[in-house]
Structure formats: structure tokens, C-alpha cells
Design a protein around this ligand. Structure first.
Ligand code: PLP
Length: 446
């Protein structure tokens, strides 16, 4: 977040928007060129390797994108219910920073696909969903929303032996038990880069196992998916082609402002069968293909829960153009290098221990057990010391760090990923941690 670049880029955008709003009533209100896929044909297949100036990007927006837009802010827009925008709203938006419904939508798609096969809605009581004890809570919420009975959520235990990744063996055991009871395996959520520990599930093994049982596999790469822009992290996604759906959140680690969630689905029809609606008030010349069934005309309202959508794709496109693939790789590698530096310092300090090996830019560590209370070296004492350390660091106002609990251990998580976080900040937080550790340990070690 270079302040000069913010000012320069924002200025260019503001001038562009001022001109756009000045002229908005001169454009044909509905997209002049309704041919589906026209803009896609104009866009290159891949992101540029090197970043480009904002002025070039805006020229392309003016030339290629504006003619394909329906101008919802035109004073001549009288369709549906118009959408509001204002200069105060725009200013407020710039000061702010919503979330990923991808999992709920894919669960609905998997549910309807399975119910179609099983021949009726009553079978919903037999559908079972699987995830690990490291899977994000979004998954349980999604399963509840689509009507899966909570007694049919399987939370499979992971362990240090697999780096807290879910294994096919564990899934097989759970599935075999359920099938033996007459239940139907529906959906498996695999994660690359879990929230608590940054753990990685064995995607290929899990994909193969799930296919054997006709289960939908969702790959949640919300955080770590961003790292896949670097070849050295792509092996973690090995087997992703076996997934029915994959999601990643560029707002976590891809220089993208809140919010933006990318969802890829192998067969969009599964999603649209579960989520599409066709009310009369949304029929218009643009969307109605007259029964021709033109598959190029995608109506994204049928891919999601809500109806209205923001044009988030343009945000991601501007980011890729502005920073280029090389710039994005440098951003990821800068954080990974800083996290690696931190992990090495932790490992070299005998007071601390790294709890799970770092894979991306999340370091999970704690004060080691021997520095717990001398009358009790158990996890409770160690957890107390670590809680106190974390509270002291956060109370200083000089850093904010959060924790996780695994196998009864209170673990401190240093998530390096802020857009403006540099090695210098990580060095400073290490100094802070060392100082606070010395203070806290004084209370415990006589
Ligand atoms: N999946 C994983 C692995 C996450 O870490 C998170 C958030 O931390 C989510 C899903 C949900 O992300 P969001 O609420 O930003 O959509």
C-alpha cells in the first residue's frame, strides 16, 4: 500500500468516474452490444507478467468494457428497481473495507444432484457430509442452511502425524460406517491452508476416495489458493481437477479489498439446477434467449443466493493488470519469506517452539512446556503462560495476534498477509514477543 500509488491510482480512477458520471446519460442505457461472450473474446487468456499503469487499464475499460455495460446509474434507467450510488456513498466505500457463500451454494447443488438420483426429498435425512476438525465453520453453517440434519455432519479427527491434514484413510473409515447404516455420503470438504494451522488436506487421495462413493468434493483454498500463483506452491493443489468445486478468497491474500470470493465449478449446471429462478419481472430482451438455450449467456444470479451482484470481477482484473503475475508472485513470496524468517527465530529460541511446520505465511508457535509453572509442566500451565503472553502483546497496541487450540494446546498464530506488512514489521513483532515473554516468564519461573 504505497501512499503515492494510492493517491496516483485513485486520482486516475476519480477522474475517470467524474467523466463517466458526467456522460452517463449519453450511453445507451442497456448494454448496446448484447452478444454474450464479446468482452471475454477481447481479453487475453492470462494476466500480464508485469504490471501496467492505471491509465492503460482505464483506456481498456473505456474501450472494451463500457460498451458492454448496462448503465444502472443512468437517469434514464427505469427497469427492475434501480440501484443507488452517490458521491458520498463512493467516498464512504473508499473508507470501508461480506462473505463467501460458495460452500452453501455448492452444498445445495450437491444435495439436489443426490436427491435427483435417490428419487425424492425424503432422502435428505440420509445424506451425510464430511469434513475435518480443522475445516472452517462456514461448512457446518452451509450444511445446516441446505437442510442436512446435524446428526449427519461428520467431523473427522486429524492428528499431528498427518500435519493436521485430512487423510483418505480416515474418510474411508467414516464413510464405510455410514454406508453400513444405510446412509448416503454426499459431500466432502477438503482444505488447502486451514484457518487454525494452515494445514493441507491430501487433495488427490481425498478426491479419489470421494469419487469412489459418488460424493461431491469441495476444495476450500480460501487463504492459500492465492499462493498457487507461485509454481513452488502449486503441488499443494495436486488433484484439484478431481474436485467438483474450488473456492478461494482473493480478499485474504491477493491484494483485493473486501470482499471477493472466486468459485469454480466443474459442472455449472449442477449449481444452476439448484439455484436458478425465472420470475417474469426479470425477463428482458438481454436475458431471454427466446428458448435458444444459448449457454454463453450466463446469469450469475443462478450461481449464488443473493440476486443483485457487485461487479467484483473488474476489481480482480484491475489488480492483475496493475501488478502483473510477477508482482503478485513477489507479494506472496515477500510474506512467505518474512514468515520463514520468523519461524527460524522461534525455532532457534529455546523458550519457544514451532507447533506445526509452516507451509505458507502462517506461523503457529508457543512458549514451550518447560517454561510452564515449575509445579506443573502440563499443558494447562503452558496454556496459561501463552495466554498471558498473547494478552500482553495485544495490550501493547503494537501488534494484534490471535490464537488457536489444537490437541488441547493453546497456540499463537502469526498470520503474515497484510498488504503493507514488510519483513521490518515481522522483526518488530518478534522483538515485542521476546520482551513480553521475558516479562511473563518472570511471573512463572522462579
Ligand atoms: N475457509 C477458510 C480456510 C478460511 O480460513 C476462511 C476464513 O478465514 C473461510 C473459509 C471463510 O472466509 P470468508 O468469511 O472470508 O469468506
Amino acid at each position: 500500500l504505497d501512499p503515492h500509488a494510492i493517491a496516483g491510482d485513485s486520482q486516475a480512477i476519480l477522474e475517470f468516474l467524474a467523466e463517466y458520471y458526467h456522460d452517463v446519460d449519453k450511453y445507451p442505457v442497456r448494454a448496446a452490444d448484447l452478444e454474450p461472450g464479446r468482452v471475454r473474446k477481447l481479453l487475453p487468456e492470462a494476466a500480464p507478467e508485469h504490471g501496467e499503469p492505471m491509465e492503460h487499464i482505464l483506456e481498456d475499460v473505456r474501450r472494451d468494457i463500457l460498451p458492454g455495460l448496462t448503465h444502472w446509474q443512468s437517469p434514464r434507467f427505469f427497469a427492475f428497481f434501480p440501484m443507488n450510488a452517490s458521491s458520498a456513498g463512493l467516498a464512504g466505500e473508499m473508507l470501508s473495507g461480506s462473505t463467501c457463500e460458495a460452500v452453501a451454494c455448492t452444498l445445495a447443488a450437491a444435495r439436489d444432484r443426490a436427491l435427483g438420483r435417490l428419487g425424492g426429498h425424503e432422502a435428505i435425512a440420509r445424506l451425510v457430509v464430511y469434513a475435518s476438525d480443522q475445516t472452517h465453520a462456514t461448512f457446518q453453517k452451509g450444511a445446516r442452511l441446505v437442510g442436512i440434519p446435524s446428526s449427519n455432519f461428520r467431523v473427522i479427527r486429524t492428528s499431528a502425524a498427518s500435519g493436521y491434514g485430512l487423510t483418505a484413510e480416515a474418510v474411508r473409515a467414516a464413510v464405510d460406517r455410514d454406508v453400513g447404516l444405510g446412509l448416503v455420503p454426499l459431500y466432502l470438504c477438503a482444505t488447502v491452508g486451514t484457518t487454525g494451522l494452515g494445514a493441507v488436506d491430501h487433495v488427490r487421495e481425498l478426491g479419489e476416495e470421494a469419487r469412489r462413493h459418488g460424493m461431491w468434493v469441495h476444495l476450500d483454498a480460501a487463504y492459500a489458493g492465492s499462493a498457487a500463483i507461485c509454481p513452488e506452491f502449486q503441488d499443494y493443489l495436486d488433484g484439484a481437477e478431481l474436485a467438483d468445486s474450488v473456492s478461494m478468497n482473493p480478499h485474504k491474500w491477493f491484494l483485493t479489498n473486501m470482499d471477493c470470493c472466486c468459485l469454480w465449478v466443474a459442472r455449472p449446471r449442477d449449481l444452476t439446477s439448484a439455484l436458478s429462478t425465472d420470475p417474469e419481472y426479470l425477463k428482458n430482451v438481454g436475458a431471454d434467449d427466446g428458448g435458444a438455450g444459448n449457454p454463453a449467456a450466463i446469469d450469475y444470479k443462478d450461481w449464488q443466493i443473493s440476486m443483485s451482484r457487485r461487479f467484483r470481477a473488474i476489481k480482480l482484473w484491475v489488480i492483475l493488470r496493475r501488478y502483473g503475475a510477477a508482482g503478485m508472485r513477489a507479494h506472496i513470496r515477500r510474506h512467505v519469506a518474512a514468515a520463514k524468517w520468523f519461524e527460524q527465530r522461534v525455532a532457534a529460541d529455546e523458550r519457544f517452539e514451532v507447533v506445526v511446520p509452516r507451509r505458507f505465511s502462517l506461523v503457529c508457535f508457543r512458549l514451550a512446556p518447560r517454561f510452564g509453572r515449575d509445579d506443573d509442566d502440563g499443558d494447562d500451565a503452558t496454556n496459561h503462560v501463552n495466554r498471558d503472553l498473547l494478552a500482553a502483546v495485544n495490550a501493547s497496541g503494537r501488534a494484534f495476534i490471535t490464537h488457536f487450540v489444537v490437541d488441547g494446546k493453546f497456540v499463537i498464530r502469526l498470520a503474515v498477509g497484510g498488504a503493507s506488512t514488510e519483513l521490518q514489521h515481522v522483526m518488530e513483532v518478534w522483538d515485542l514477543l521476546q520482551g513480553k515473554a521475558a516479562e511473563v516468564l518472570q511471573h512463572y519461573v522462579k
